[in-house]
Design a protein around this ligand. Structure first.
Ligand code: WTA
Length: 660
């Protein structure tokens, strides 16, 4: 049986539809209508599928309009629950108790671990007891700077169990980036590893951590997970090995969980915004849990026998929501892989799917493009018949990559869910429900339950008319009209910034920062960021972050970054640099500056192109004309638009002539 292709739409086959949870457009529409017209009773019912120690007294309270005062939304007030309890304890005594919860495959083939739900509960309890012994109390923040080792989800669940908000810093970030995030969150404890393993190489995370901690007085303890056993530095009295702590005779197999109020913080996750320093998105317990639970269940149409692999890194929101919390809330087996899908051979991903008989595979368009470049013969060699459903996330997927995935991985028999969402939104917002309606390549399709998207006209000047809808086929700014339980509550320590970033552009609505159009059938096509955020391989970096890193260098006078289209990564970073007087623009300096950004932020922010410029294009009032730099980076120099406000037209000539 395969999918059916008609009028450029892809219909799931009958057997898939018959067994799926939302199995018709009518069913989707009926439930959708109810979810947006009666959000309180809809979400109350969903929440009741999970365990609450005390039922909430109020389902929703909010204000999204800055003309009416402070912007906020609160869900399930008065309710008490615990994420770790719902991921683990809830399954005890059910058929999930002895089902596999987590299957971990290390990069070296012989390194594997499996945990049933029962075993994972014990492991998490023991870890919680270690944290407790360190004196941590509900509300204390913990930073996790770890690669994809199995101890990472264990640590997250242990934090959640005790009500310690975790702040995970992607293992690829530099010590500088780590330092800022620890300082911001004032974490008391850091969990890290000795070294990480990736692509056949090791990376010394511990020494990065030590470097960062030189300027982080809040951190009292460091727990080190043993991956390779090799550490280059150690601070007695502060650093301990997890293995030694957790195997200590006074560490018990059970740990009671904290009763968390629905709006107590579950975690903080830093993400790039259009300006300045990363924003610590605060996600709370009850709403995030309920939203992630339902999106995971329905978007991936989970079945009892699902064996689910999300290829993201847990350091990003995708990993938080859909490697750890979503699958475990649903009693699904989640697969976690330490390495990259291209190492040791370009069929590593396909080989793992074959070996483990994975049924659902969720990855980023970048990975698909990189894998497709290796040729069709790699997936063709493998038996991928266990796959039932495919997913993508993180960036717009071009129809070619979609088709490649559909044909070579899904073998024309798996629906693809193209899921659009953001760190801020907590969970998936626009996505097909695979059994409900046919998909179109490049479209994230329809809104999830409770989500009311609106494509707004960005050209409206009149304040009262802001938010006017675009016609089908016209690209505008994507906003969301009503609150939903997964949206972040604030930016850690800066509520005004949260309000300003998301609610001031289109009064009464959440502004996503993304461009989008809707076709005549209501299918949404996401068009990428409309602000100064660059999306590299599905990772967000703001131009401002790259620029601030560059101007820290002694030779740099001014810097501006722009996105350059990239065949594999989607976008790459193109920077324009003016040097201080008397400094020679050499190739060696170019390399030094690129390395400098890498050191300040991390390898993902490393510019692919650096151009020295005599000056940057500015308006008469001194603002950098980013629009022009973007065009140059995109190599669309014959279409620069209006340059009449430019201060010095020679600057443009120089920029075009010296384009790298
Ligand atoms: C982009 C990742 C098109 C978008 C979950 C968004 C997408 C940003 C898609 C958020 C998609 C994510 N189609 N674009 N399916 N998914 N994006 O916070 O620009 O790392 O604003 O969250 O990624 O990135 P973030």
């Amino acid at each position: 049986m395969g999918m059916i292709e008609k009028d450029s739409k892809f219909y799931p086959d009958k057997t898939f539809v018959e067994t799926s949870q939302i199995n018709s457009l009518e069913m989707y529409r009926t439930m959708y209508e109810r979810s947006v017209n009666e959000p309180e009773s809809f979400w109350k019912e969903v929440a009741e599928e999970l365990v609450w120690f005390k039922k909430p007294h109020t389902i929703l309270k909010y204000n999204f309009d800055n003309r009416n005062g402070r912007i906020f939304h609160e869900w399930f007030r008065g309710g008490y629950t615990n994420m770790s309890y719902n991921c683990l304890d809830r399954h005890m005594g059910t058929e999930n108790e002895n089902k596999r919860a987590l299957v971990w495959q290390g990069e070296p083939d012989e390194d594997t671990r499996e945990f049933t739900y029962r075993e994972l509960l014990t492991e998490v309890c023991r870890f919680s007891n270690v944290l407790k012994k360190k004196g941590l109390k509900k509300g204390d923040r913990v930073t996790l700077y770890m690669p994809m080792v199995w101890q990472l989800p264990v640590a997250m669940l242990a934090c959640a169990r005790l009500g310690l908000p975790h702040s995970i810093v992607f293992g690829g970030f530099s010590s500088e980036a780590l330092m800022h995030r620890i300082q911001e969150s004032e974490s008391k404890l850091l969990i890290t590893v000795d070294e990480s393993i990736r692509g056949g190489k090791t990376f010394d995370l511990k020494s990065n951590a030590d470097q960062a901690l030189l300027k982080c007085p809040s951190v009292e303890h460091v727990i080190v997970v043993k991956r390779t056993g090799h550490v280059s530095s150690w601070k007695e009295g502060r650093d301990v090995w997890l293995d030694e702590e957790i195997n200590s005779p006074d560490i018990g197999d059970f740990c009671e969980c904290e009763h968390m109020e629905a709006e107590d913080t579950l975690f903080i996750l830093y993400t790039s915004g259009s300006t300045g320093k990363p924003k610590g998105q605060v996600h709370t317990t009850g709403g995030y849990m309920t939203y992630v639970y339902l999106t995971q269940k329905l978007v991936f149409d989970l079945r009892k026998e699902s064996f689910y692999w999300c290829m993201a890194d847990i350091g990003w929101i995708t990993g938080h929501s859909y490697i750890v919390y979503g699958p475990l809330l649903n009693g699904t087996t989640t697969f976690m892989y330490e390495g990259t899908p291209l190492y040791p051979a370009p069929d590593r991903a396909w080989e793992l799917i074959e070996r483990y008989k994975i049924t659902i595979c969720y990855t980023a368009p970048t990975a698909i493009r990189a894998l497709s470049r290796q040729g069709e013969s790699w997936p063709a060699k493998r038996d991928l018949s266990s796959l039932k459903l495919l997913g993508t996330v993180g960036e717009p997927i071009n129809p070619e990559a979609w088709m490649w995935y559909y044909e070579n991985v899904g073998r024309r028999s798996c629906p693809i869910v193209d899921t659009w969402w953001q760190t801020e939104t907590g969970g998936i917002m626009i996505s097909p429900l695979p059994g409900a309606a046919p998909t179109k390549p490049g479209s994230a399709q329809f809104p999830f339950f409770g989500i009311v998207p609106r494509v707004c006209d960005p050209g409206v000047e009149d304040f009262e008319k802001q938010g006017e809808k675009m016609k089908p086929g016209e690209t505008g700014h994507l906003c969301i009209e009503k609150p939903w339980p997964g949206l972040s509550r604030t930016i850690y320590g800066d509520h005004a910034r949260w309000e300003q970033t998301y609610f001031y552009q289109y009064p009464g609505m959440y502004f996503t920062g993304d461009g989008c159009y809707m076709d005549a059938e209501g299918y949404h096509f996401l068009q990428g960021r409309v602000d100064d955020v660059i999306n590299i391989s599905g990772h967000r970096i703001s131009t401002a972050e790259v620029e601030s890193a560059l101007v820290l260098h002694k030779d740099v006078a001014e810097a501006a970054a722009a996105a350059k289209p990239d065949e594999i990564k989607g976008q790459s970073i193109y920077v324009f640099v003016t040097l201080k007087l008397g400094v020679e623009p050499t190739e060696a300096l170019k390399k030094e500056l690129i390395d400098h950004v890498r050191k300040e932020i991390g390898a993902i922010a490393s510019p692919d192109t650096l151009q020295f410029a005599i000056s940057l294009p500015k308006t008469r009032s001194g603002k950098i004309m980013r629009r022009i730099l973007r065009k140059i980076a995109e190599n669309k120099t014959d279409d620069l638009g209006d340059v009449s406000t430019l201060e010095d037209a020679d600057v443009i000539r120089d920029l075009i002539q010296n384009r790298s």
